[in-house]
Design a binder for this molecule. Structure first.
Ligand code: 13P
Length: 254
């Protein structure tokens, strides 16, 4: 059975002190012996401080360089993230694709670099509002999957998480309905089956992201193909993030 993953993408928010106290509050509030995996993604400059707090949470970065080392001013490599103790990395987030111009080919190179370095990639896909309105959702999302996950072996796919984040639902309060999200998740899983195998498709976790809150998490996570949440705004407060973790745990216990 796939284990729920609740991941907090803190984006470019918080300070050194508030990152550490938020991670500590989240770790303290997670159910003892819970079955849900909980991960946080602080800004890169605060990774070391959060890791040093020793909370036991999975800690990861919000992006990484596709290059191994050398003259790439401002970039941070996979090896550097591993050196710090980071375990995971979000790749191809819609803000990086749409605001910073990241392409599927770049996301693919970053994914392969992360896997080679032993980092777990969380590869994000999702359509714009106008693409959904034009009936292009499946096409756009599958193009992103095909391009961003090119060249991965089945073993590498098993170490990778996919996050479906419809761009129109991110930071807008306009969450996808459970049926809308489930339909795209099922399409992605079907694609995984064809591209890899039914076994791989059955094991890869597909997270939903976009205005997930404690009061809508349960309905979303109850969908058969939704294996967790990638949370933005509601991950910046321990109470709301823990409410989402609790919704996942309640479904596991049920
Ligand atoms: P919100 O939860 O703020 O909509 O952000 C979602 C997101 O982008 C997580 O990566």
């Amino acid at each position: 059975m796939r284990r729920f993953l609740i991941a907090g993408n803190w984006k470019m928010n918080l300070s050194r002190t508030t990152c550490v106290s938020l991670a500590q509050a989240i770790a303290a509030g997670c159910p003892q012996g819970g079955r849900t995996e909980v991960a946080v993604f602080p800004p890169a400059v605060y990774l070391e401080a959060v890791l040093a707090a020793g909370t036991g949470l999975v800690v990861g970065a919000q992006t990484v360089s596709e290059y191994a080392d050398g003259a790439y001013t401002g970039e941070i490599s996979c090896a550097m993230l591993r050196d710090l103790g980071a375990a995971s990395v979000i790749l191809g987030h819609s803000e990086r694709r749409n605001v910073l111009g990241e392409t599927n080919a770049q996301v693919n190179r970053k994914t392969l670099a992360a896997l080679a370095a032993g980092l777990q990639p969380i590869v994000c896909v999702g359509e714009l509002l106008e693409q959904r309105q034009a009936g292009q959702t499946d096409q756009v999302v599958l193009e992103q999957c095909t391009g961003s996950l090119a060249e991965l072996t089945a073993e590498q796919m098993l170490q990778t998480v996919i996050a479906y984040e419809p761009v129109w639902a991110i930071g807008t309060g306009q969450v996808a309905t459970p049926a809308q999200a489930e339909a795209v998740h099922a399409t992605i899983r079907q694609w995984l089956e064809g591209r890899f195998s039914p076994e791989v498709a059955g094991q890869v976790r597909i997270l939903y992201g976009g205005s997930v809150k404690p009061d809508n998490a349960s309905e979303l996570l109850a969908q058969p193909n939704i294996d967790g949440a990638l949370v933005g705004g509601a991950s910046l407060k321990a109470d709301s993030f823990l409410g989402i973790v609790a919704a996942a745990e309640a479904l596991v216990q049920a």
